[in-house]
Design a protein around this ligand. Structure first.
Ligand SMILES: [Zn+2]
Length: 85
């Protein structure tokens, strides 16, 4: 049972965040990530942005769009929803 130490707040685990949003994390990693998201406005915003995405994209992801494409699409949409100032 190692590895339950604190996550650093200084860097955002963006790769893990993607996995989290796509439901690819196990329960322990999920819990860790949620802890970070609660403490990190940036990641919280990413999560909120993702939840606002039309179901279309998620369905597209399930429909077999290559992961890299879906991933880039997701990022673009997340950026588009980011307040610019
Ligand atoms: Zn963060």
């Amino acid at each position: 049972m190692a590895g339950m130490g604190d996550m650093t707040d200084e860097s955002c685990p963006s790769a893990r965040l993607d996995a989290y949003l796509e439901g690819r994390l196990g329960p322990a990693e999920r819990a860790q990530l949620e802890t970070h998201v609660v403490a990190c406005p940036l990641c919280a915003q990413t999560v909120r942005g993702y939840r606002r995405l039309p179901g279309l994209l998620r369905r597209a992801t399930n429909a077999g769009i290559p992961f890299e494409v879906a991933d880039r699409l997701q990022r673009l949409l997340a950026i588009a929803q980011w307040p610019l100032s």
